[in-house]
Design a protein around this ligand. Structure first.
Ligand code: RP5
Length: 169
């Protein structure tokens, strides 16, 4: 079995429902990922070891999700030169603290911050990055985008024809 090239990490098991969406998308593209629970606050030593060794272990991109103070994405980015994509976790009882914590990185340490709970786009951005050096993956991704395009065009035609019956169904 090939080695994982994307790390999907999250601050808590309670984030798994969101972050698993990223892993599922990567599976669809046959991109080998590893999924881990690593907390910046509860296991800071594990986070440091994970981020500092990630490149040598063969990872190419890291997707990091966390809620609350959300230090995991930013601190992971600080410990590696790999591209790190943040997924701010937003629950109904949360404010937007996780998003702001992720998007406000200081100049010099980039963190590609997705919308709140945007795990699917995080995986697609990872696929775009990996596609730069993988022709087969690039083709697969172009097909994915074309399929999405065709689906919207088909919906548009149906809506133009009879939007009232679509609304009822
Ligand atoms: C963050 O605190 C985690 O990423 C999670 O989103 C949030 C709550 O964690 P639990 O108390 O559910 O473990 O560090």
């Amino acid at each position: 079995m090939s080695k994982p090239i994307v790390g999907v990490i999250m601050g808590s098991e309670s984030d798994l429902d969101i972050l698993s969406e990223a892993a599922k998308v990567l599976d669809e593209f046959n991109v080998h990922s590893e999924v881990r629970v690593i907390s910046a606050h509860r296991t800071p030593d594990v986070m440091t070891e994970y981020a500092t060794s990630a490149k040598d272990r063969g990872l190419k991109v890291i997707i990091a999700g966390a809620g609350g103070s959300a230090h995991l994405p930013g601190m992971t980015a600080s410990h590696t030169t790999l591209p790190v994509i943040a997924v701010p976790i937003k629950r109904d009882n949360h404010g937007h603290e996780s998003f702001w914590s992720s998007i406000k990185m200081p100049p010099g340490t980039p963190l590609a911050t997705m919308p709140e709970n945007g795990a699917k786009n995080a995986a697609l951005l990872a696929v775009e990055i990996l596609s730069l050096n993988d022709e087969a993956l690039s083709k697969q991704y172009e097909q994915y985008r074309q399929k999405q395009h065709n689906s919207v065009v088909a919906t548009d035609i149906a809506v133009q024809k009879d939007w009232r019956s679509i609304l009822k169904s």
